[in-house]
Design a protein around this ligand. Structure first.
Ligand code: ACO
Ligand code: ZN
Length: 289
């Protein structure tokens, strides 16, 4: 009945216990009602199963065999790995993941129909296991140019460059497929900030590399798109972020203005942060055909 639905939609979950962290939630997620009645939800950091109490969680930890996500480890560099998980082969893990993500995503996302998606899970390992940091999902059969459906860095790990790493990884897959890609719209505010920053930084590196070679005198938007895997619209957005798109007052056509000093200083500022960098040659992956 309508009353039942009203009750169901009220969630009391205010935080999750994840490993040794307590993480405040941002939005509600459609957990079964008896779980939504709890103020704290316990989530296993390895298999992502949700549990109603510390006791159940303690029992689970004694017997949970998982020390890393399911699926194939397709990237490893140092202690950072990426696992590719197929929604068809590991539906429970992927449903748990989507519910967890929904706690930090305002827009509607899928929860149960995970089959058409692949999930890319980023972990950091130590002697105990591979610890979940963030992930993105991607549609298997892509008729559109979307290369990311949903992306998340757990709040305890945000603003440390991991989102940027996940975004670069998504474009690495797209370039390996020989395609151009863009994230699914609408983007959240945080998604937009992160993507704008990524597009800008990426174009800085591209323009620096191109014009390092003094024989290069011009570059087109579509050339930049093919070198980066970004769509032309997103290249334009990145160039705007660098004030590099200028309109000729006479011909009304656009040109790319390369301000070397700005490019160098933007790169230097970014590198100073010491964020983890993607090593493309560490990818072991062939696209689905
Ligand atoms: N405020 C201002 N700038 C930001 C912010 C922020 N909160 N977050 C990212 N940026 C920009 C900054 O330029 C940042 O660099 P800086 O921190 O050195 O200033 C840069 O992006 C890179 O940030 P990362 O640390 O790499 O990003 P993070 O790991 O925090 O992940 C993400 C970004 C995934 C969007 C995260 O905020 C998140 O999970 N949010 C909740 C879920 C969400 O909104 N996902 C996107 C939905 S859209 C979609 O899925 C297609
Ligand atoms: Zn578990």
């Amino acid at each position: 009945s309508e009353d039942d639905m009203a009750i169901q939609s009220i969630s009391k979950i205010r935080a999750i216990r994840f490993s040794n962290y307590e993480i405040e939630t941002w939005y509600t997620a459609p957990y079964p009602e008896e779980y939504n009645r709890r103020s704290i939800l316990y989530i296993c950091e390895y298999c992502l199963k949700y549990m109603p109490s510390g006791y159940v969680n303690w029992r689970h930890q004694l017997k949970c065999p998982a020390q890393h996500p399911p699926g194939d480890e397709i990237y490893r560099a140092g202690n950072v790995s990426i696992f590719e998980v197929d929604g068809r082969k590991n539906p429970m893990y992927c449903q748990y993941l989507c519910l967890l993500a929904k706690l930090f995503l305002g827009s509607k996302t899928l929860y149960y129909d995970v089959e058409p998606f692949l999930f890319y899970i980023m972990t950091e390992s130590d002697e105990r296991g591979c610890h979940f940091v963030g992930y993105f999902s991607k549609e298997k059969l892509n008729t559109s140019s979307y290369n990311v459906s949903c992306i998340l860095t757990l709040p305890i790990h945000q603003r440390k460059g991991y989102g940027n790493f996940l975004i670069s990884f998504s474009y690495l897959l797209t370039r390996t497929e020989g395609k151009l890609g863009t994230p699914e719209k609408p983007l959240s505010d945080l998604g937009l900030l992160s993507y704008r920053n990524y597009w800008k930084q990426t174009l800085c590196y591209q323009l620096r590399d191109l014009f390092l070679d003094s024989s290069t005198t011009s570059v087109s938007i579509s050339q930049l798109a093919h070198r980066t895997g970004m769509t032309c619209d997103d290249v334009v957005c990145g160039l705007e972020g660098l004030n590099a798109l200028v309109q000729d007052p006479q011909t009304q056509t656009y040109g790319i203005r390369v301000d070397r000093a700005l490019i160098e200083s933007t790169i230097a500022k970014w590198e100073d942060k010491g964020y983890i960098k993607l090593e493309p040659d560490k990818l072991v992956w062939t696209p689905l055909v």
